[in-house]
Design a protein. Sequence first.
Length: 202
Amino acid sequence: MNVAVLASGAGTNLQALLDQVHGRDGIVIVAVASDKPAALALGRARSAGVPERAFPLEDFVDRAERDEAIADWLDARGTELVVLAGYMQLLSGSFLARFPNRVINVHPALLPAFPGLAAVAQAVDYGVKVFGVTVHFVDEGVDSGPVILQRAIELPDASDAEEVLAQLHPIEHELLPEAVRLIARGAVRFDPSNPRRVLISR
């Protein structure tokens, strides 16, 4: 399966994918794109010999045009699955239509709780006792697509978002590659009776 990764920042989830799934079990990361030319993720891609490119919004008329350019670039590389690994932009409906049910995201909260930006800070402020990570399909909403995998961690005394994030990162780095492996081997499907329910064949 040819996988493309979109990332906006340091690219630690990208690195987990490069280390754990790239070149294994028929999975190849064929492209890495970012909205930020200075994103460290692009450097990680270069180091791994993976084609990379930045698509800053100011180079395009609007978000839709930028997303179309990204989709064209990914299509040209034979992309079969798009993975959002810390990509801090909403994707347009036209982009998602190019890759139907083939875009996934990792989010540092147990969705549907705390979607959107600063999810961990939201959760800390709310005073929750259980945090976690979700990998889900992407739709046109904000972190509203069907859930593929989730994992929880109890942190009953959490008061600092950065400390919580530090404990969630290792979970992200396990859960996202696992989701890619499952999809690549055809083990992920939608429940015909409820399209929001994702079924996993282990």
